[in-house]
Design a protein around this ligand. Structure first.
Ligand SMILES: [Zn+2]
Length: 401
């Protein structure tokens, strides 16, 4: 568990005066815990039925990820606030569908909605003494979720679990292989969590993998043409420890595709590519939480690398749109940009390779208003991505390039 430092009295008064919410007369005692995988919180002040909180940046750059457990001594409403003036971070602490909430210790989650949200404050009504409720800025996807997926599919003949490498802190980083590499088959790499806090993308990636190992006609067709290699947690330590991940210092995992990479996972991905020579790469991410432009699905990456990237990503995006269920987020839109030099990012690393066919990043919004991004909906989007992949006619690089 992390030690929570007490707030200096002057700072506390400053925070307290920010709150427009009336404090209920009968004070409750609320304990905040962060001693489990994925947890991240900083308590900056506490009084009566109000707890002031902030994401813990742990020495890295400001970002919005937080996840904690609250235990209320007695039933009744408690307010949780993220005072922007104190944390100095304007990128939103609560998303457009409110916080994510779990009343069964993180086993199941839903978006709370915004009825009890005002600005950066939300209220929760505890229904019994010592009730334990978990709250997070997004629905967590952790090692336990991946383990559940692997357990469920342990006897699947198309899925192999291997070890890509070990993280800096000694955790095993999984490499999943679907299908077999033969001469007529093209190798594809899919990755998730280069940025640890981007959890919603993991549910989509899981749905994609689940469909790829199924017996559906699309899956059989996919495995005839492609061998799929998946790394669900590139920043494994960050995922399990609840780091922000994005903009990690000195640079994050998705800025580490350099001649000398500092993270073992990126070194291992590059090493794997030297063996496999991946022709396709799709990297799963989530964008920012509240920016209006980021409430849709969209592709980013180098438009002109490989030469037909824009054409291929656009065709793929078009098929995804046709296959997505109703109430999916808008998109995917195609926001690839011309690049003359490769940036040290996954999509550029794979896109600038000779023989590459498609390389892109897909951004899945956390919780756009009125759209479904609960786990099962996101898994269904992943399934639609797989179907779209099979239906897309990808153009290989032209000889003149
Ligand atoms: Zn990202």
């Amino acid at each position: 568990m992390r030690t929570l430092s007490p707030l200096p009295p002057i700072l506390f008064l400053a925070i307290y005066s920010l709150s427009p919410v009336a404090i209920a007369r009968s004070a409750n005692t609320v304990t905040i815990k962060a001693n489990f995988p994925g947890a991240n919180i900083r308590v900056v002040g506490k009084k009566a039925n109000m707890v002031h909180l902030a994401p813990d940046w742990r020495g890295d750059n400001p970002w919005f990820y937080w996840y904690f457990e609250a235990i209320a001594k007695k039933p009744g409403p408690v307010h949780f606030s993220f005072p922007e003036k104190v944390i100095g971070f304007k990128n939103g602490a609560i998303g457009p569908q409110g916080p994510a909430v779990s009343t069964d210790l993180g086993n199941t989650w839903k978006w709370m909605g915004t009825k009890n949200v005002k600005g950066s404050i939300f209220r929760f009504n505890f229904t019994r003494s010592n009730q334990r409720v978990r709250f997070a800025v997004t629905i967590p996807y952790l090692q336990s979720d991946l383990d559940q997926f692997l357990k469920k599919n342990a006897s699947n003949p198309y899925l192999q679990k291997r070890t890509l490498t070990k993280s800096r802190k000694g955790r095993i980083v999984e490499l999943l292989q679907i299908g077999k590499l033969r001469t007529s088959v093209k190798p594809v790499i899919v990755t998730g969590r280069h940025h640890a806090s981007e959890t919603i993308a993991s549910f989509v990636l899981e749905g994609f993998l689940q469909e790829a190992i199924s017996d559906s006609p699309a899956a059989r067709e996919f495995r005839k043409k492609y061998a799929l290699y998946a790394i669900p947690f590139v920043d494994k330590d960050g995922v399990e420890e609840g780091d922000q991940g994005k903009n990690r210092k000195p640079y994050d995992h998705n800025r580490d595709y350099r001649s000398k990479s500092i993270y073992p996972e990126i070194r291992a991905i590059k090493e794997l590519d030297r063996t496999m020579n991946f022709r396709f790469s799709l990297d799963f991410h989530c964008p920012t939480l509240v920016m209006p432009d980021h409430q849709v699905m969209y592709f980013v990456g180098p438009k002109n690398h490989p030469p037909n990237n824009y054409k291929n990503v656009s065709a793929f995006a078009g098929q995804i749109k046709k296959n997505l269920p109703r109430n999916a987020p808008v998109g995917p839109l195609v926001w690839l940009k011309n690049a003359s030099e490769p940036a040290p990012m996954n999509s550029h690393y794979f896109g600038f390779k000779k023989d590459a066919i498609m390389a892109a990043t897909i951004e899945i919004p956390f919780a756009p208003k009125g759209k479904n991004t609960e786990p099962d909906s996101c898994r269904a989007y992943g399934k639609a991505f797989l179907h779209a992949w099979v239906k897309t006619r990808f153009h290989p690089p032209t000889k003149t390039n």
